[in-house]
Write a protein that binds this ligand. Structure first.
Ligand SMILES: NC(=O)C1=CN([C@@H]2O[C@H](COP(=O)(O)OP(=O)(O)OC[C@H]3O[C@@H](n4cnc5c(N)ncnc54)[C@H](OP(=O)(O)O)[C@@H]3O)[C@@H](O)[C@H]2O)[C@H](O)CC1
Ligand SMILES: [K+]
Length: 490
């Protein structure tokens, strides 16, 4: 699938793209000129009252971009101090350094003043270890003086692959990057360390911006062709029948939120499977959503004979973990898609192998852990600091043969085939009680309509974000569920 404008390119893949561009006849030094010009333009556009630019240049091509920016800022009349380490000999950075006639001072040879703007061109894609004490002291100095930082490609100290700092790291107000976003720009805490992102075209041909590592920003093109469609021939059963397994009397609200969201995501029918003791309480709250009294595995098994039931959500407010495991086994055996969330996930803490064995064959399990649930399910993956959130989600997806929606401000959707998407534009107010139940319900609603699991995961996360934006800051989960918009008709 080629969706290049949403592709996230790792720093090493970017290096290969760069080399391919040069091999195809693009002037490498021209790329650096363009990169430096974008950086200078960003400084001038966002800091019209700048009194002095302090350009910090590292030894590689990131520093090279800095030398270009320093020259251009100076030519535009801004006083510039250029500090750093001499460039490696013979490359584009050395040429950019030679073409800048400002002296190259030592890194600490300046004192922050009001009106300073720092251009951070120390390390970008080539960062491969923690920055040393000299850089740490510099970062402290900049932070203490509250000097705004414009970072070139990446805030120095941030890994473009994982989104985690390798050690001391600048907090940028703006980050100017080139050709494609890197995972570190959208994964936390990288996204926050980058400040406002600027993705700039420096002349690398779009046809070369490819990667054998399928990671994208979550984007409509990833799932649009697979969205359920509506036509005049359809009736409610052909639009799927979603079943949400309700918990007991005290915690039935979570299942109701999921059920409402599933209905709004387009499922033709939605039923709650409710333990007998909670049926009356649920009935008092339900109108469009139907109900069935399901107290044990036997009654669930009987109901599963009805092959019009086309998708299940198990976990929100469910409570009884042993019962959840038993129910999950039956749902798995039924061969239909299942979303496991909340207690449905906790039920398998320490038993992920058992869960993985239940759902072999076509991918029809979706799990929606937040950070704490992910840790409980996958302590080894969660503790491995060499892995990015994308790596972790993919590994979990492979272990379970499932689509994993690893929630957070940087929700990652990953499939067992290695496809992954990072959703980084959800409104912050989605972090509220019941919000996860709504997401599980949307996912269940889409799966019940027959949408393939990876695409359903990407679409659910996007619809959840849209609903949050529509409901607005300060919303409750009830309002969020009511704001889920069903999908476009064909
Ligand atoms: N297409 C593009 O996107 C373009 C990007 N450009 C810019 O180029 C950089 C990448 O340049 P590169 O030279 O590969 O890497 P860096 O400049 O980031 O790093 C250079 C060297 O720094 C050393 N290093 C790494 N980490 C540390 C550290 N913690 N402390 C000290 N030194 C470190 C390392 O060298 P060693 O020999 O010491 O190991 C790195 O190799 C990209 O980010 C863009 O800004 C082009 O200008 C245009 C095309
Ligand atoms: K940088």
């Amino acid at each position: 699938m080629a969706i290049d404008h949403a592709l996230l390119v790792t720093p090493s893949a970017m290096g290969r793209i760069d080399a391919a561009a040069v091999a195809s006849g693009v002037d490498g030094y021209g790329l650096m000129q363009a990169a430096g010009a974008h950086v200078a333009a960003c400084v001038l556009a966002h800091y019209p009252d700048i009194r002095r630019a302090v350009v910090l240049c590292g030894p590689g091509n990131n520093g090279g971009d800095g030398h270009v920016a320093a020259r251009l800022l100076s030519q535009s009349g801004v006083p510039v101090i250029r500090c750093g380490v001499p460039p490696k000999k013979g490359g584009d950075a050395a040429r950019a350094d030679a073409e800048c006639d400002l002296p190259l001072r030592a890194l600490d040879d300046w004192h922050p003043e009001a009106g300073d703007v720092v251009v951070d061109a120390l390390f970008g894609a080539g960062l491969d270890r923690p920055a040393g004490p000299e850089i740490a002291a510099l970062i402290d100095r900049v932070r203490n003086a509250d000097t705004p930082v414009v970072s070139v490609d990446l805030p120095s100290g941030l890994s473009g692959r994982t989104g985690a700092p390798t050690g001391p790291c600048f907090q940028a107000a703006h980050t100017v990057t080139f050709a494609a976003l890197k995972p570190g720009h959208v994964l936390m805490p990288g996204r926050a360390l980058c400040g406002e992102m600027h993705l700039c075209d420096i002349g690398i041909p779009a046809r070369l911006i490819v990667s054998d590592d399928p990671v994208w920003r979550n984007h409509e093109e990833l799932y649009r062709n697979q969205l359920p469609t509506m036509s005049a021939q359809q009736h409610k059963y052909s639009r799927g029948h979603l079943v949400v397994l309700s918990g007991p009397l005290i915690s039935g609200g979570a299942a109701r939120l999921a059920a409402m969201a599933g209905l709004r995501a387009g499922a033709g029918l939605v039923s709650l499977a409710t333990p007998p003791g909670a049926v009356m309480a649920q009935a008092a709250h339900l109108t469009a959503i139907m109900q069935r009294s399901i107290g044990d595995e036997e009654t669930l098994s009987d109901w599963l004979e009805d092959d019009r039931l086309s998708g299940f959500v198990l976990g929100p407010g469910f409570g009884d973990l042993e019962k959840a495991r038993g129910f999950c086994g039956l749902l798995a055996k039924s061969g239909r898609p299942v979303v496991l969330d909340a207690d449905g996930l906790t039920a398998f803490a320490g038993r992920v192998d058992d869960l993985g064995k239940l759902f072999d064959g076509d991918v029809r399990l979706m799990v929606t852990p937040h950070e704490g649930e992910f840790r409980r399910l996958f302590p080894v993956l969660a503790g491995d600091e060499s892995l990015s959130k994308v790596d972790r989600a993919r590994a979990a997806a492979q272990l379970l043969n499932a689509v994993v929606i690893y929630k957070g401000p940087d929700t990652v959707i990953a499939g067992p085939d290695g496809r992954a998407a990072v959703n980084s534009d959800a409104p912050s107010w989605l972090a509220t009680a019941g919000s996860g139940d709504v997401l599980a319900g949307i996912a269940g609603g889409l799966l019940a309509q027959g949408m393939p699991a990876f695409e359903a995961g990407c679409a659910s996360v996007a619809l959840h974000g849209d609903a949050g934006r529509r409901a607005g800051a300060g919303m409750t989960a009830e309002e969020l569920a009511a704001s889920v918009k069903s999908l476009p008709c064909d």
